[in-house]
Design a binder for this molecule. Structure first.
Ligand SMILES: NC(=O)C1=CN([C@@H]2O[C@H](COP(=O)(O)OP(=O)(O)OC[C@H]3O[C@@H](n4cnc5c(N)ncnc54)[C@H](O)[C@@H]3O)[C@@H](O)[C@H]2O)C=CC1
Ligand SMILES: O=C(O)CCC(=O)C(=O)O
Length: 428
């Protein structure tokens, strides 16, 4: 492992590491902030585990209020609205971990949190089914022209016609991003009798009768319905732009329940205007209202054949309750036991119980010799190590050491002084 540390250090440029130190307190002193209406199941998990200092808010907080709230907070829970950037982190000196109570983690600067030794956790598939079901429903409604017929009926108009109304059976569904949601959507669509093709940048196992498209453009050219299930990355930004729209099969349906940056809204509005696409369902937008009180602005509002939903793809009672439990359990585990298993930004270390021992968690810059210095501290303080676990990424290393209770405080103090230390915690 030491060799791996050394090699990675040599080939990666040095990143700016922000050194802050935190220790573990009594549970009632650990402040947990849960924002954006995170399901009550999360608070219940924390309370059941003895955490009582819990602040909740039904919405995201304005930046100044958020900074104030985070000044003495140890754990932060958010959904997709709260943006966590280096500026915010500089106002959260005690922050130990962040829970994204959703799938996407693009709202958090993952490198900045990594360099501060703050693990970020999410719920990678607790709302997968909810998104897939919404997409399926929207697809059926759009193929039947229901949104425009319904909007007309609300205005007193009666469009009893089969024109431009189709079954899903036998139609081709093109899935862009064949991950958890993409595959789940494909399976459900096949059960309706659709033919499924997908485009992914990774080589993927095709489930059921699905097949990989030759290219993104080939998928667009041959699909009756196109649905996006990619994360927000540099590659997916405006993936569906003016050029991509030129490849869409005449009269196709377009669905985006991934991230608002993936589909260029002006290009979509243009395609709707010219009739190049026959309808759309959009759940996510480049700029979304910060609260339910803010007006939603979009050039798509004028189109009856567009289903507009307020980023609720994953918002079902089932999904939110499950996400609340899953993410809070990960945060509790990190707090109580030090486990970073399934963290999206820090080296993953799965840990057994440390009953009868004190556990010292040390997050540090991944540089040559640091592991030796850590173990020097233990040997020079005559500390007997009963177990040690470690994992590294290009930038940071995470070493967890279980030691006898009698010698833990002295060793802990010495470990904090090692150059390159980012964060230390002692778990009793
Ligand atoms: N509307 C909502 O409420 C929700 C939205 N989401 C969004 O859906 C996204 C997808 O979720 P999952 O399926 O769980 O993620 P996933 O990580 O399981 O799958 C994403 C897939 O996209 C592929 N991909 C990445 N870049 C690509 C590119 N440039 N071209 C083609 N494929 C690419 C990946 O290889 C992967 O297979 C999330 O990142 C999140 O942003 C997730 C849940 C709820
Ligand atoms: O529920 C939310 O606030 C966001 C859902 C979402 O987009 C996700 O899980 O990535």
């Amino acid at each position: 492992m030491l060799a791996a540390l050394t090699i990675l250090h040599k080939i990666r440029p040095r990143k700016k590491i922000v050194t802050t130190q935190a220790t573990s307190f009594n549970k009632d002193k650990i402040k947990i902030v849960l924002l954006e209406g995170i399901h009550a199941s999360a608070e219940k998990v924390f309370r059941n585990e003895g955490y009582t200092n819990i602040v909740t808010a039904a919405k995201s907080l304005p930046v100044d209020e958020l900074k104030e709230t985070l000044a003495d907070a140890h754990f932060l829970g958010i959904r997709s609205r709260t943006q966590v950037n280096p500026e915010l982190l500089s106002h959260a000196p005690r922050l130990a971990a962040i829970g994204c109570f959703c799938i996407g983690t693009n709202q958090v600067d993952l490198e900045a949190t990594e360099l501060r030794g703050i693990p970020v956790f999410n719920a990678p598939f607790a709302n997968t089914r909810s998104v897939a079901e919404l997409v399926l429903g929207e697809m059926i409604l759009l193929l039947r022209g229901v949104p425009q017929k319904s909007a007309a009926a609300h205005r007193g108009e009666w469009i009893k016609s089969a024109a431009n109304s189709f079954e899903t059976r036998g139609k081709i569904l093109g899935i862009v991003g064949y991950g958890h949601i993409g595959t789940q959507t494909g399976i459900l669509a096949e059960n309706l009798g659709m033919k499924v093709q997908f485009f992914d940048i990774e080589s993927k196992l095709a489930l059921g009768n699905a097949r990989a498209a030759e290219s993104f453009h080939q998928l667009l050219e041959t699909s009756d319905v196109v649905t996006f299930h990619v994360p927000e990355t540099d590659l997916t930004k405006n993936m569906m732009d003016e050029t991509a729209f030129k490849h869409v099969k005449q009269g196709a349906i377009l669905i985006n329940a991934s991230r608002g940056t993936v589909v260029d809204i002006d290009s979509l509005a243009n395609a709707l205007k010219t009739g190049a696409v026959n309808g759309a369902a959009i759940d996510v937008f480049p700029k979304e209202p910060k609260s339910n009180q803010e007006e939603f602005l979009s050039p798509l509002r004028e189109y009856d054949n567009v289903i507009l939903t307020p980023h609720v793809g994953g918002s079902t009672m089932e999904a939110q309750a499950n996400i609340g439990i899953e993410v809070s359990e990960k945060l509790v585990k990190y707090s109580d036991n030090g486990s970073t298993l399934s963290s999206v930004n820090l080296p993953e270390v799965a840990l057994p119980s440390h009953k009868g021992k004190h556990r010292i968690c040390h997050i540090h810059q991944n540089e040559p010799g640091i592991l030796a210095r850590i173990n020097d501290v233990f040997s020079s303080n005559n500390v007997n190590i009963s177990a040690q676990y470690l994992q590294t990424s290009a930038n940071v290393g995470y070493v967890v050491t279980d030691i006898d209770q009698a010698s833990s405080d002295k060793a802990f103090e010495a470990l904090k002084q090692i150059p390159g230390t980012i964060k230390t915690r002692i778990l009793y």
